[in-house]
Design a protein around this ligand. Sequence first.
Ligand code: C2E
Ligand code: CA
Ligand code: CA
Ligand code: CA
Length: 275
Amino acid sequence: SKQAGRNRVTFFSAEMGALAKARDLVEVELKRAIENREFTLHFQPRFCFKTGTVISVEALVRWEHPKRGLIMPAEFISICEETGMIEDLGQLILEMACMKAISLHQEGRDIQISLNISPRQFEDNRLLKSLETFSRHPDFPRGKVELEITENVLIGDHELIAKKLEAISDMGYQIAIDDFGTGYSNLSYISRFPLNCLKIDQSFIAQLPKSGPIISLILTLAEQINATIVAEGVETREHFEWLRNHKCDQAQGYFLSHPVDAEELPHVIETLNSG
Ligand code: C2E
Ligand code: CA
Ligand code: CA
Ligand code: CA
């Protein structure tokens, strides 16, 4: 009936009002959290099939909320992206990740760290300056810090984007395309930009073996452009074996290890390296 319809509308808008309010609260809290540096990095190993060892780890941000405990990025990254707070948070993450790479290098550990750069952070002018500062650190491990960007970062002025990526690459950073195959479908960028790595989105791995043909295609493409290929979301032995048999370079996923904190990381790496 008309009445019920009207009630439904009222119900939904009340709910949306509550949601908007909750979001405002999170926004205020996030601002404070960034000022207080309430964030930490967890690390997920990337296993290399050829060496049988962990040669890289992905840094994944966590919010250490004083009352709520650990909060996952799904709850705050998009809010940070939409409000622009990702620029400050991204700077914080970049600093934590580069300092981690430097300390690993100082400990004599030959491990790459990759970190996620959001589209808005990629446009932030401070990014290049910070990257340059860290690259000049005497213990900066050249070639051992990788930036993961998504395909939507590459939409826009290709000449400008190419210049930026080349500058980043010249400073000694690696560049990976994250969630490959899910974004921008115009593949012409592939040969235009300096790309070191393609990370096949986990949705393709989840659909193995049905998605085999498309994964094979991506593997061939990566080989053509001399890029490392990483499979994300490797959850089962079947996924792992399929990828090994098809000459994928690296695997990342729950089958190997969940993301762990900095304290647990050495043990997890040791276990994977000796297993
Ligand atoms: P992503 O960059 O694609 O990261 C992979 C996500 O998949 C991580 O979730 C990871 O824990 C999860 N994952 C790993 N292995 C498996 C698996 O076998 N199966 C499944 N189903 N999932 C797996 P997380 O840490 O919750 O991060 C979610 C997303 O949040 C990331 O997706 C990334 O887009 C964003 N994010 C995380 N950390 C950062 C950061 O430091 N900066 C920025 N800008 N974004 C970040
Ligand atoms: Ca990523
Ligand atoms: Ca990904
Ligand atoms: Ca993703």
